[in-house]
Design a protein around this ligand. Structure first.
Ligand code: AMP
Ligand code: ZN
Length: 488
C-alpha cells in the first residue's frame, strides 16, 4: 500500500480527495493554535488531538511532515485579561503559553516542529501588509490598515457565503476607520496602555488574521498542503487568511482545508464565552490522559462530540480493559521466544483494517473498531486458545502485540507499561471512592491465610467483604491482584 492512498475531506471542495502534496513525500501542515489568555478547555484539546493524530498518521505512512502550530499572543482578549489581572499583556500571554505547553505534554500531544508566536513575527507581518497595500488590496486609514474585501473577488470561497448577504449583516462601528463594513483590520493603530510596535503606519499592532498568513508563509512557504483548525474558524478567520495570502502571493494558499467538529456540552458548543467549559488541566486531574484521547478519537473528527459527565469514566473503563488484556498477554508471552513459523487466524488483518480506516479521512472511530477486534482475539487466545500448540498461540499473540505497538504510535494510546497504568488507575479510584488500602491489604492477607488453611468458606466470605468495599479481586498465576470495581 502506497502513501498516496490517503483520502481527506477538503472543506474547500466539500469532497474527499486523495492527498497529493505539492512535493511528493512531504506534507506541510499549519494548524491555528490557541489564543493564550486563559487555560485551554477540552473543546480546544479535541481539535489539537485530532491534528496530533493526523500528523502522527502521516508520519506513520512515511511522509516527511512539517507541522506548524502558532500561539496567538497578541489579541484583544489578552489585553482585556491583562487589564483584569493587572499584568502586562505580554507577561500574561507568556504565562499561558507555558501552561499550554504543560497541558499539551500531559495529553501526549507531539510538539509541533515550529510553534511561532505573533509577538516574535511583527516584521514578517508588517512586510505582508506592505505587500497588500502595494498590490492595491489594502489601505491605510488614520494609522489602521484594512483589507479591502471587494478587491478580492474570490472572497468567501471557503465558507461559500454570499458577499451581499454578508454585507447586509455588517455595519461600520463607531471609531472604526474602514471604508466598507466587510473590510477587516490588518493593522490597528496603538491605543494607550496596549502593546504596540513600530510600522510604516505608525505605532500599532496586527489584527488577528494576518498572523497566520505571515507565519505559515515563513515556515511552510506561500503555498502549502494542509491547513487545519476548529469549525468556528472557517469564517471569518480562514476566509480572511485566504484573502490576505492569495492577494499577496498570487498563489493558492492551502491545498486542503481540514476542520474539526465541536465538542459540545448539553447540545451547546463548549466555549469560554458561554462559560460551559471544562479546563483540560482539571479534566486530567480526574482522568487518565489516554482515556481522554480515547474519548476524543472514538468519534470521527468532523462529527460533533457530546461531552457528558460519564463520558470520561466510560473511556477510562474501556482503557482499563485494553490494559488488562495487555498485562495478561505480557504475562503469557512477554520475553519468550516461540521460534519462527505460521500464525493463527491471519492476525495482521486488524492492522490492515486500522490502516484502511485511517486512510479514509482519518477515521479514528473505525480504526478503534478494528482495534477492538484485535483485543478480542488477544483475549480469546490467552483465555481459551482454540489449539493446543503453545508456540503457535504464543507467536500469534506476539504478532498481535507488535501491531498494538504500531497503532499506539499513531493514536498516542497504550504508550504506558500495563502494570503502571493499571496501578495509577487504581490509585485514582481509591482516592475518589475513599477506599482504605491498609484495610484492603489486611483482608487480602486474611484471605491468603484462610486459603492456606483450606478454609474456603472464610476465603469466600472475605472476597464478599472486599466486594462490599468496592474491591474486586482476581486470582492470577502470579498471585492475587485487585482493582476498584466499576460502579453500577
Ligand atoms: P482559540 O484559543 O479559541 O482560538 O481556539 C483554539 C482552537 O480550538 C481553534 O482551532 C478552535 O476552533 C478550537 N475550538 C474551540 N472551541 C472548540 C470546541 N468546543 N470544540 C472543538 N474545537 C474547539
Ligand atoms: Zn489562523
Amino acid at each position: 500500500m502506497g502513501a498516496a492512498s490517503i483520502r481527506l475531506f477538503n472543506t474547500m471542495t466539500m469532497q474527499k480527495e486523495p492527498l497529493e502534496p505539492a512535493e511528493p513525500g512531504k506534507v506541510r501542515v499549519y494548524v491555528c493554535g490557541p489564543t493564550v489568555y486563559s487555560y485551554v478547555h477540552i473543546g480546544n484539546a479535541r481539535t489539537f488531538t485530532s491534528f496530533d493524530v493526523v500528523v502522527r498518521y502521516l508520519r506513520y505512512r512515511g511522509f516527511e511532515v512539517t507541522y506548524v502550530r502558532n500561539y496567538t499572543d497578541v489579541d484583544d482578549k489578552i489585553i482585556q485579561a491583562a487589564r483584569e489581572t493587572g499584568e502586562a499583556p505580554v507577561a500574561l500571554a507568556a504565562r499561558y503559553v507555558e501552561a499550554f505547553r504543560e497541558d499539551a505534554r500531559a495529553l501526549h500531544l507531539k510538539e509541533p516542529d515550529v510553534s511561532p508566536k505573533v509577538s516574535e513575527h511583527i516584521p514578517e507581518i508588517v512586510r505582508i501588509i506592505e505587500k497588500l497595500v502595494e498590490n492595491g488590496v489594502a489601505y491605510e486609514s488614520k494609522g489602521d490598515v484594512y483589507f479591502s474585501v471587494r478587491k478580492y473577488p474570490e472572497y468567501a470561497k471557503l465558507s461559500k457565503r454570499n458577499l451581499d448577504d454578508l454585507c447586509a449583516g455588517e455595519r461600520v462601528q463607531p471609531g472604526e476607520q474602514k471604508r466598507e463594513p466587510l473590510d477587516f483590520a490588518l493593522w490597528k493603530a496603538a491605543k494607550p496602555g496596549e502593546p504596540s510596535w513600530d510600522s510604516p503606519w505608525g505605532k500599532g499592532r496586527p489584527g488577528w488574521h494576518i498572523e497566520c498568513s505571515a507565519m505559515s508563509a515563513k515556515y511552510l512557504g506561500e503555498s502549502f498542503d494542509i491547513h487545519g483548525g476548529g469549525l468556528d474558524l472557517i469564517f471569518p478567520h480562514h476566509e480572511n487568511e485566504i484573502a490576505q495570502s492569495e492577494a499577496a502571493s498570487g498563489k493558492q494558499f492551502a491545498r486542503y482545508w481540514m476542520h474539526c467538529g465541536f465538542l459540545d456540552m448539553e447540545g451547546a458548543k463548549m466555549s469560554k464565552s458561554l462559560g460551559n467549559v471544562v479546563r483540560l488541566r482539571d479534566a486530567l486531574e480526574k482522568v487518565d490522559p489516554e482515556a481522554l484521547r480515547f474519548f476524543f478519537l472514538s468519534t470521527h473528527y468532523r462529527h460533533p462530540l457530546n461531552f457528558a459527565d460519564k463520558s470520561l469514566a466510560d473511556a477510562e473503563q474501556r482503557m482499563e480493559y485494553f490494559y488488562e488484556t495487555l498485562r495478561k498477554v505480557d504475562a503469557r508471552v512477554g520475553g519468550k521466544d516461540f521460534g519462527k513459523g505460521p500464525l493463527l487466524e491471519d492476525p495482521h488483518r486488524f492492522l490492515a483494517e486500522f490502516e484502511s480506516q485511517m486512510d479514509e479521512d482519518f477515521n479514528t472511530a473505525g480504526a478503534l473498531g478494528a482495534l477492538s477486534g484485535l483485543f478480542a482475539l488477544m483475549n480469546e487466545l490467552t483465555d481459551k486458545p482454540p489449539v493446543k500448540d503453545k508456540a503457535l498461540v504464543g507467536r500469534t499473540l506476539q504478532a498481535l502485540k507488535e501491531d498494538v505497538r504500531k497503532v499506539s504510535a499513531v493514536l498516542g494510546l497504550f504508550e504506558d507499561e500495563p502494570e503502571q497504568w493499571l496501578l495509577r488507575r487504581r490509585e485514582r479510584a481509591v482516592r475518589e471512592r475513599g477506599i482504605d488500602v491498609a484495610e484492603v491489604d489486611r483482608l487480602l492477607q486474611a484471605r491468603v491465610d484462610a486459603r492456606k488453611a483450606k478454609d474456603f468458606a472464610a476465603a469466600d466470605q472475605l472476597r464478599e467483604e472486599l466486594k462490599g468495599k468496592g474491591v474486586e479481586i482476581m486470582d492470577t498465576p502470579s498471585g492475587t491482584v485487585w482493582k476498584v470495581a466499576s460502579p453500577g
